[in-house]
Design a binder for this molecule. Sequence first.
Ligand code: DQA
Length: 144
Amino acid sequence: MRVLVLHGPNLNLLGERDPSLYGSRTLDEVNELISAEARSLGLDVCCEQYNGEGAIIDALHGARKQYAAVVINPGAYAHYSYAIADAITAIGIPVIEVHLSNIAAREAFRRKSVTASACRGVVSGVGTAGYVLALRALAGILEK
Ligand code: DQA
């Protein structure tokens, strides 16, 4: 089973960007953690990062034929990209949204995710463990 992990804008700066909110691991280190968990679950994972909305939408479209499921951290696009929400709905495979920080406990504009309702589920506020939990949830969903 192949799973695509999509990291959205500014997540390439993990480790240096506001570590009190997003942790001190770099994106490469986070991807290592994701890959190790995927291996132990018997999932074949591919991790990609895009800053642009169109690139994320293209990756979602491409995923529908090549992957069984997607984990996405849409970054700030979560708060206003109806185009990404539509793409998630359109591809028809399970998608789980992850946020490192607890978006419900932050500034008003971050409390709403317009992409969340297009997703199978959301994990927010538990740091990089969110990716691990999302993969575990998908392993269960894909097994059924
Ligand atoms: C984020 C939360 C977003 O509000 C923010 O714009 C990000 C990261 C998170 O993982 O907590 O870039 O998605």
